[in-house]
Design a protein around this ligand. Sequence first.
Ligand code: SF4
Length: 508
Amino acid sequence: MRVHLVNPSDVSFGVGVITPRWLYVLAAATPRSFGDPIVTDETLELLEIDQVRPGDVIGIGIHTSNARRGYELGRMTRERGATVIFGGIHATLYPEECRRLGAAHAVVKGDGDLIWADALVDAGRGTLQPVYEGGRVPASALVSARWDLLPPSSYMWASVQSVRGCPKHCSFCSVWRTDGQETRQRPVDAVIDEIVTLRRMGFRFVALADDNFYPTTLQDLKQASRRQDGERSRRLATLRQERFDLMDRLARLPADMIFFTQITMEAAEDPAFLKAMYRANIKGALVGVESVTEDGLKGIYKDFNPTGDNLTAQLQAFRTAGVHVLGSFIFGLPSDQPGTFAATAELAERAGLTFAQFVPLTPFPGTVDYDRWEKTMSGEMKLVNGVPLTRHWLLPPSQRPKLYLPHPSMSPDEIRQRTQAVWDVFYSLPAIWRRSRCISSLRARLAFVLISKLYRQMYANTGIATDSARSARSVAWARLIAKPCRRLFAAHPMPDLQAPSPAASICA
Ligand code: SF4
């Protein structure tokens, strides 16, 4: 019995931007008695179906966007006599759908780190259960990935997770409901060991693929102290100190390493944290700005973000501290007006963002927004080619509406066109060239232009483009430039690199 692990994708670029970490975590969670799993990431190339033999086990991990392709793979591999097991966020939410449409024999719900081995052992014995409840694995038991199975020269960035869960509760996000609001920080040694393994292999760019790298804010600490909640104060202080301990160890890795993470805006009010990030070579962060208006932020439960001059100042604080920001914005919020698009483009420029993404509001399953939307749709079931609109992920990507939630004053097409226009402005050649001034050498500036264009092709044109010809052109273009781009990220392997030992604690 051989074990396959597949990350489904409708589009393949030949080269991936970030290693899909879950594949290699589950590879590590596969008992050695089953041999090395055969790992396929379809964002590189599609699964060669002939590889799958009767009696093999195939693990397919899905999120909402790739569920349809995952189901197709499930049916095809089951027809070839494989045992099909689904996992991932979408499978956790819709196990029945995996069985009905993906021909699943079993579904693993929640974290697969520990329970995946049980499912495989049962499959081997012929006692496979329909559902395995993985729950939320404690931080100390989260598994380190098997990076030795990574195909060589295929990815630009490696990915390591240092914390799971987010204490916030944004209405468009499923993270706090699936990964929980309790912070689960992995032991620093485990994180550093993985990063050292990756640097030995020649990765110097590493994404800290965390739900929220700054889960404990200064405000949280003040609040706990005001309430004289000693236990909470101590727990928060420990969590904060662990962040500083991790950053201190990162700072002592080879100087050519660069890290990128996801973080809430509140970190801008914490100069000590920003300073530690810079020292740790965390040179970039995705910051969810979402909206430039108070009403917009209130509507999505993200009013801990500032607006106006405070917003500009906070974004600039990252930049001043040496942390580049990829600002993420949502368009199509009920409070958005035609003027919001231009105001957002202007803010992105004024605040000195290095990269930005502008995404349409989409009700993803597992979110508060989705639950509300599904309720409003329960009266008349709107169908698109026979598929209920509330199951939009079952439609072929080309038939999916670009926007789902009705807007009080703008049509979906108007929102789509205005969104596309903001991408065009932000990623115009003169604007990219201006932003590339943050880099000194001409070679690096040219690399910045290439990467900016690649980012735009991979994420904007394939996502919000209306016609399939434009999408296909974008994929072809991205395939073409992805290979030379990857070379820009590669470094010489350092096979003898050792993990830096913990130093005396620095003050948080
Ligand atoms: S959007 Fe970010 S801050 Fe909000 S709940 Fe999700 S992970 Fe947390």
